[in-house]
Structures are given as C-alpha cells and as structure tokens.
Design a protein around this ligand. Structure first.
Ligand code: NAD
Length: 584
C-alpha cells in the first residue's frame, strides 16, 4: 500500500493471518475501514489518507483477500461468525481499551451489520457507517414481508432488487466464478470499473484481484442463502448508524432501507448522487461524512442534523443556484440550505448574492459561498465553472434560475431587446448546462440540472413574445438534455412556476412605451402579482421535490398547472386566450 506513513502488522485470528495497516495517531479515535467484494483494503486508500489527519485509521484485508491468508478449506471458512472473530481480533489489537468506529463498503458493510447487531461485539463498536451493503438479516425480513403481503408495489420492489442481484445467482454456481475471475474477467475488471462505474485508475484494483474475487465468492456461498431464508429476529444495531446510499447503485435498490429505522433506532441517512464504488468515486464526501459522524458520536451529542424536509436527500450535497440574490433563486438556495446542502449562490448583483450566502449559513447550510457572474457572459461562466470545480468539486445539483422579464408586442420588440432576453434566459441556461453539466457527466456519478422555464413556455400570449420564446426554448432544451443524460443518471427538470410574487415585476421591461408608462405598467404588474401573492418558497419546495423524484416538467401554481393541462388536451383554448389583448 502506497499510503504515506502506513504501518503494517499481522493479526492472527481463527486460523488465518490478517494483514492490517494503520495510519495516523493511535491516541485519536480509531476508525476501522472494511472493504467489499471483489476488493482489498486498497479500495479505501483515498478515504484513509483524508481521515488520517484527524483519526487513527485502520484497514485490513478480509480473510482470503489481498495480503491476508485464506482459510482452509474455503467452504465454510467465510461465515459471518468467522468474519466477526476477525474483526474482534483486529479491534482488540489496534484499540484494546476503546470502542472503534466501524465503516464498511459493499461486503464490508454486510459484515459490519453483523458486527453491530451481535451481542459479543457490544461495547467494542462506537458507531457504524454503512455504504452499499445491507444486513442479510434485514434483507431476509424485507423479502419475507413482501412475499407474505404482496401488494403490486411490493412485488415491483422485489422484482427490481431481484434483477439487480443477477451476479449473486452467478456467484453461487460452482467453479464458474473462479474460472472467470482467474481468466478474462480478472484481466478486464479494472477497465470495466473505469468504464461502467467511472472509477479512476490508481493504486486500485491491485494485482491480487483474481484471487480475491475467487476466494470472495465464498462470502456469498457461505452466507446468502442461509441468512436470507432464516434471518435473525434480533438483528438490532447497538450503536449509532450512518447509512450512505448512492442513488445510482447498480446492485442495490434504495427501497431495501425503507424500514431501517426499526432495526437501527439511532440512524442518520445520507444520499449521494453516485454509483456503487463511492470510496473511489466520492472519497471527498465519504470522508467528510465519516469525520462529521465520528466527531459527533465522540462528542457524546446527537449530530446537529439539518431539519429541512429533504435533509436525508440533500445533506452535504453541493448545490449551485444562479440568480440566487432574489425571488425564486434566493428561496431555492435557502430550501437547499435548510436541507443541509452546501450552497453556491451566484448572481450578477454581488451584494445580494453575498447576503443570500450569509443567510443560507444561518438557516442550515454547513457551508455557503457567493459568486458574482452574469450568466449571459460565456467567459465569466467558464471562469466560474473552473473556480467552483477546483475549489469545491463537481456540483451535485445545478439550478439555472437567473432570468429577466420583457413585455411588449412583437413589432415593439427590437433586435436588441430580443438579444438581451435570449442572452440571459436562454444562453444563461445553455452555458450553465454545458459547463456544469459536462463536469457532472465527466465525473460519471450522476447529478441533477434544474432549469427554470415558465408557464409562458407552453402558454402563448400576444404580450410576451420574446420572453415566452426564450422559456419555450428552455423547456425544449431541458427535454432534449434529459433524454441525452438519462443514461448517465443525470436528471434534468424544467420548472414552470406561473405568477410568483418576486422582484421580477419591478425589473421586467416593457417595450414600445416611454419611461413613465413603463414605470406605471411595472407598478401595475407588481400590484397584480402582489394580490396573487404566490410565495417563491413554494416554488423552491417544488424544485426540491422535483429533484428528489426526478420529475421532467413541473408546472407549479394552479394556473400554471391548468394551462399545462390545456396545452396538452385542448391547445385551441390556449390559442384563443392568447388573442385577448392585455389591459393597458
Ligand atoms: P427576481 O428578479 O426576483 O430574481 C432574479 C435574480 O436573477 C435577481 O437576483 C437578478 O439579479 C438575477 N439575474 C438577472 N439576470 C442575471 C444575469 N444575467 N446573471 C446573473 N444573475 C442575474 O426574479 P424571479 O421571479 O425570482 O425569477 C427567477 C426565474 O424564475 C427567472 O428565470 C424567471 O423568468 C422565472 N419565472 C418567474 C416567474 C414569476 O412570476 N416570478 C414566473 C415564471 C418564471
């Protein structure tokens, strides 16, 4: 292992010799990282190096993997009982007098659930962070409940997880997995991981992969069938648990964890736009969450969790909102902040962006930044995207919200007017999608783009030709991009608000009239929107819900929803309404 300052030792347990590596100060709380299948401890190197400054970090190769020896015979040598013996031997060797913080990924997490739910480890585990690996006992009960009471939804869940478990059936066949791993699959695996899971190359996977994978097949054979058919009834966690669920895990359905609170009463949930191999693809986020959780448990206080409705879903995620200095953008920044997201507030008006970031911190964002940029300025947006990428990483959710209003008949709208509206409302969205969307796509771990269109995108009117055209383009762009990015688990949503009480009424321009008349119309529109009084907070709520549910098009206010229905089922009515002359 190439980790700086790593100290290696051997620990003897139940007839095998385990290779254990330690980093950091042994005086600090101990964090034990357990790897999955078909991995070795090196899967943790990126996470371990980030944690070593604060903690005593311990990694070990599971029996039969990496530089640990394999049990003989292999059959029966990988039961969860034996793996628990190994864990206890390691914990006793590296942290004899103090409970350890356990972290498991994939099969490391499956094992972790066993460790944290059996009696003999009580008092030895201070906390458990689980990633992409359920308890086989909980899984057994989950299947049992769905088989016993098969509603259509539950059958769908069963079939969904059944389809994701194809490899588990294969691993139960005799000899075939061993032949494949020691042959072509073993050779191709690093490239497959890179291509399908976007796992960057590095010190992982190691040369021991074919043997690790061949031995590890016994993890499945020794445990899966036995436990799923006769799950333990008392598999309750005796330590606080942090569950990290990657949204786009190809092997595990998120539904598996629906009833987890009943097994793990002290549960903290985190969701991450990512595939299965989060220790390699999202080491920054994973280590930040481990650090936060361990620090909170060590401090003896329940973690300061954000209370927002979507805190499970967006806590810790990086969210960038344009036009965040006012109205819908500001409300959206606050809603993500309340959900515990890290927020970047962008606006062309510096002062209002700074204010949004300050307030976002007050309402719950663990971190918030402000940036000044005009979304219509391509170079400024390029600079912004580069800065955010280098300093903060890839954004998980992008909200292209900045927009301006323009009202006036077609012949009163000059080319310059058209350019201004299209530059901000359409090009601003294009720049955002292109620059931040590309980063999401290259990271390969999913994400979400929200574009704020308008009900005007599908409701024609003789008063708003330029504005409506810009928003119709945003709606279509969103639909095209949604189709293109679907395969990469990047969702794209178009939000169509309707009349919302914001500053847009005082800044929207009216063409074809003198300044005095323009001011009068602005005031009149402001009064109308004021009377309608639909708050931007409700739009923000719709935005978070749309991202959580990955919705394609969301009309928000009742009138926007009504017009949306008409546009689909009776567009003639909308065309007739469009002819009505607006009051002057
Ligand atoms: P708002 O005027 O209250 O806020 C818009 C924010 O965007 C302001 O802080 C402004 O400084 C910023 N901004 C404007 N141009 C920018 C640019 N070029 N670069 C960076 N920042 C810029 O307006 P709002 O009502 O909150 O509008 C937000 C979005 O919602 C817009 O896209 C708008 O078209 C859309 N929308 C609003 C309504 C409504 O009724 N308010 C209805 C449908 C759609």
């Amino acid at each position: 292992m190439t980790l700086k300052g790593a100290r290696e030792r051997r620990v003897r347990a139940g007839g095998v010799d385990l290779c254990v590596v330690e980093l950091g100060d042994p005086g600090q709380p101990t964090v034990v990282l357990v790897h999955g299948y078909p991995d070795s401890k090196e899967v943790w190197s990126e996470v371990a190096s980030r944690l070593a400054d604060r903690f005593h970090v311990v990694l070990y190769d599971v029996r039969g993997h990496g530089r640990s020896s394999a049990p003989l015979p292999l059959r029966g040598g990988f039961t969860l009982e034996k793996l628990t013996d190994d864990f206890l031997a390691v914990a006793n060797a590296v942290s004899p007098g103090r409970p350890v913080h356990l972290v498991g990924h994939d099969w490391g997490s499956v094992q972790g659930w066993e460790f944290v739910t059996v009696r003999r480890t009580q008092g030895r585990i201070a906390s458990f962070t689980s990633m992409s690996g359920p308890s086989l006992d909980h899984f057994g009960h989950w299947i049992g409940q769905r088989v016993k009471r098969p509603t259509p939804r539950r059958v769908g869940q069963l079939l969904g997880q059944g389809a994701k478990s194809w490899y588990v059936y294969l691993l139960h066949t005799p000899r075939l997995p061993e032949l494949a791993w020691r042959g072509p699959l073993g050779r191709r695996w690093p490239r497959l991981l890179e291509r399908l899971e976007k796992v960057p190359r590095g010190d992982y996977p190691t040369a021991s992969l074919p043997d690790d994978a061949a031995h590890g097949a016994w993890l499945y054979r020794d445990n899966v069938r036995a436990r799923l058919s006769r799950p333990r009834a008392d598999a309750y966690a005796h330590a606080p648990v942090q569950l990290v669920t990657p949204e786009d895990d190809a092997y595990l359905s998120q539904r598996l964890y629906d009833e987890l609170e009943s097994w793990a009463p002290q549960l903290t949930r985190r969701v991450l736009p990512a595939g299965h191999w989060v220790p390699r693809t999202r080491p920054d986020r994973v280590s930040a969450w481990i650090e936060e959780f361990v620090t909170a448990v060590e401090g003896g206080r329940p973690e300061q969790r954000p209370t927002g409705r979507y805190s499970d879903r967006f806590g810790g995620q990086l969210v960038l909102v344009t036009g965040a200095g006012s109205g819908i953008g500001r409300a959206t920044a606050f809603a993500f902040a309340e959900a515990g997201a890290r927020v970047v507030a962008v606006d062309r008006d510096t002062e209002s962006a700074v204010r949004t970031a300050e307030l976002a911190r007050l309402v719950g964002a663990p971190e918030a930044w402000s940036e000044t940029a005009d979304v219509s300025d391509e170079q400024a947006m390029e600079k912004l995207a580069e800065k955010v990428h280098t300093e903060l990483g890839v954004v998980d959710v992008l909200v292209n919200n900045a927009g301006i209003g323009l009202s006036g008949g077609f012949f009163d709208t000059t080319s310059d007017d058209w350019r201004k509206v299209l530059d901000v409302n359409l090009w601003g969205v294009i720049h955002g999608c292109r620059l931040f969307g590309r980063q999401m796509s290259e990271r390969g771990q999913g994400g979400h783009i929200v574009n704020i269109a308008s009900a005007a995108a599908y409701q024609p009117s003789r008063a708003l030709p330029a504005y409506s055209t810009s928003k119709a383009a945003v709606l279509m762009l969103s639909a095209c991009l949604r189709a293109e990015l679907a395969g990469q688990d990047i969702g794209v949503t178009a939000i169509c608000p309707g009349l919302v009480n914001t500053n847009i009424t005082t800044t929207a321009r009216f063409t074809g009239v003198d300044a005095e008349e323009e001011a009068r119309r602005q005031q009149r529109t402001a009064r109308l929107y004021g009377r309608r009084n639909y708050p931007p907070e409700k739009v923000a709520d719709a935005i978070l819900r749309a991202v959580a549910r990955d919705e394609a098009v969301v009309p928000v206010t009742p009138e926007a929803r009504g017009a949306h229905l008409l546009s689909r089922f009776s567009p003639m009515v909308l065309r007739a309404l469009a002819r009505i002359k607006p009051p002057v």
